[in-house]
Write a protein that binds this ligand. Sequence first.
Ligand code: ATP
Length: 374
Amino acid sequence: MLETMAAPLPVDAVANTVQARARAISPAGPGAVRFERLGKTYHSAAGAVRALEEIDLEIPTGRIYGIIGRSGAGKSSLLRTINRLEEPTSGHVIVDGQDIGRFDENALVQLRRRVGMIFQHFNLLSAKTVRENVALPLVVAGLPRRQIDQRVDEVLALVGLEGKHDVYPSRLSGGQKQRVGIARALVHKPEILLCDEATSALDPETTLSILRLLRDINRSLGLTIILITHEMSVIREVCENVLVLEQGRIAEEGPVWQVFGDPKHDATRALLRPLSRDLPEDLAARLAPRPVAGGETIIELHYTGAQGGDPDLARLAATLGTSLRLLHGTIDRIQGHAQGTLLVAARGISEQDLDALKGHVGSARVVGYVASDV
Ligand SMILES: Nc1ncnc2c1ncn2[C@@H]1O[C@H](COP(=O)(O)OP(=O)(O)OP(=O)(O)O)[C@@H](O)[C@H]1O
């Protein structure tokens, strides 16, 4: 279902009323999270399951940080240690420089106010209105009515849901329900927002609108957003850094453009596969393994984003001393880095000739040969 809603206020316009706390990105400070040799083992009738092992990781303040992995990789377990919905079996979780494992009941209540959370299925109370759902954490905290009303108005404006105060969740679209979830998660002005597969139940268009809202909130309020997902497209859309988890361990970690452009681990490559395109069928059907007299060489050019600049086919052609024809390909821009794969055709080029392209492209290889122009 597509969303129908009041257009959200430009976040800049409400930032003042929502006590914007823009923070410079730094490794430590409010909203920073560190995992030290974190481990989690579940014990059940079926035996022990080691969900997380030896996780050492730093999530700096103010980032949108993505955690991705296949089903069962340990994403939820890791995320839920940050507000102690899950207790680690070993190691430490440090939030704002404090070891949260040492917190008593009182400190834990405070922690959960500083760490908001949204869920795949929204977790709204169906018998309560939008206003009542969003107000609930403040009611529990014992705030005066007037203060609660003011704060609820602020956060509902922030997520673009003015005028929906008295509506029940059953009358809202999926995207609107998630906006209510986000508003509720923000009522205590948290430093960190945890997103547990927050867009997995939404259609692609609504997913995009929720991800953009998260990005606006991150920029205007300066809070750290940590999201888990099994979709690389979600990571590509909003995250600055990504952690790939595989069987409870860190497979790789880094800026999104780097991990996407030059994946080092099989798990990352497998997760990226849905974003890549195979050889077009008509071309694959005509491909020969050896050069064909009078034919063309089909070359795959891969850009990792580390080449510093946009693909320049004229320059490549000049370097190879032949003309190039662009057949197929996709170039994405991720965090300002151009990356992707192009298929080009050229006459009289061999695998050895491609050495000359070093430095211009991430990698180049001969895919095959065709008898005549494709
Ligand atoms: N309460 C539990 N008891 C026993 N095993 C559990 C429990 N919770 C999780 N596990 C197991 O721990 C491992 C990691 O689970 P987790 O839910 O953290 O992974 P995930 O990457 O979030 O998976 P998904 O994407 O399917 O939600 C899995 O093998 C899972 O079966």
